[in-house]
Design a protein around this ligand. Structure first.
Ligand code: 13P
Ligand code: ZN
Length: 275
């Protein structure tokens, strides 16, 4: 079976297991999509069936016409992806109008792509454009500490970015562009898809209040690493606040952040450095 021998598919499944082992995917929580390269889709083509019907998404992206995406299935558990990929994940093709998908492999026995596919799809469109085609992954997870922070901090990009940058020295280096924040919204709907993709023009990570996190990236390691680093920063913040009874004795200062930026040759968003 060509699909399961493909290197990208193997990395995709390993990433699902890694996310499960981190505790970010209770039950069917979270979803992962990967925009395949032409070569990968060609390699897998012998396993594809083009008999499936097209399903309109309610959203359109002209720059994703004819693309192939690996996607987790709605209601499927990350815990089971690697063991039984054909039933829990699948590959969909996008039509020539850029507004519908059809399953060409996997999602056997009536499965369909994640309910967040419209969000993933619009985010792919925006990130593909913003990165000159480099971005290939959109990853949504439910990391507990980051979600906990959405009960404690004002729901702004500045508050989240700054708090996370100050929670671990590596944070500003890993996500110098910061994180966007969308307020609580009903999941799986066009409204949250549009709100997230608007922020993804500027940010490669977007927090969903009281729900989870969306990240994007060019490859599996970078994308998983971004999710991991943001959640680690949130965990340190929660640990310090809990242990300190809500008070911090000291922190990484704005001047410290500027010093990191200078030494590492990175540009931090200036508006997030001001007190
Ligand atoms: P799916 O099972 O449809 O992927 O939904 C899980 C989830 O996290 C919704 O936000
Ligand atoms: Zn979710």
């Amino acid at each position: 079976m060509a699909v399961l021998e493909n290197a990208a598919v193997k990395k995709y499944l390993r990433m699902c297991t890694d996310g499960w082992l981190q505790g970010w995917h209770e039950r069917n929580g979270g979803n992962l999509t990967y925009r395949m390269t032409r070569e990968e889709a060609e390699f897998c083509r012998e396993d594809f069936s083009f008999a499936g019907s097209w399903h309109r998404m309610g959203v359109t992206a002209g720059n994703l016409r004819g693309e192939y995406f690996l996607t987790t299935g709605t209601g499927k558990f990350f815990r089971n992806m690697e063991e039984d990929p054909q039933h829990n994940a699948g590959i969909v093709e996008i039509n020539e109008e850029g507004n519908a998908w059809r399953i060409v492999w996997g999602l056997e026995n009536g499965g369909t792509p994640t309910s967040e596919f419209p969000s993933h799809f619009l985010n792919h469109s925006v990130r593909k454009e913003a990165t000159n085609g480099e971005c290939r992954l959109i990853y949504h997870a439910h990391p507990a500490n980051l979600i906990a922070l959405t009960y404690l901090l004002p729901l702004t990009a500045k508050d989240f970015t700054r708090t996370l940058w100050q929670s671990a020295t590596e944070c500003p280096v890993v996500f110098p562009g910061g994180v966007g924040v969308v307020p609580w919204m009903v999941p799986g709907k066009e409204e949250v898809a549009v709100a997230t993709s608007r922020l993804m023009r500027e940010y490669d990570a977007v927090v969903w209040a009281h729900h989870g996190l969306f990240v994007s990236g060019p490859d599996f390691d970078t994308t998983f690493g971004l999710m991991h680093t943001i959640e680690k920063g949130a965990q340190i913040c929660i640990l310090a606040l809990s242990a300190g009874g809500g008070k911090l004795r000291q922190t990484i200062t704005g001047a410290n952040l500027r010093a990191i930026a200078k030494d590492f040759g990175i540009t931090l968003r200036e508006e997030f450095l001001e007190d």
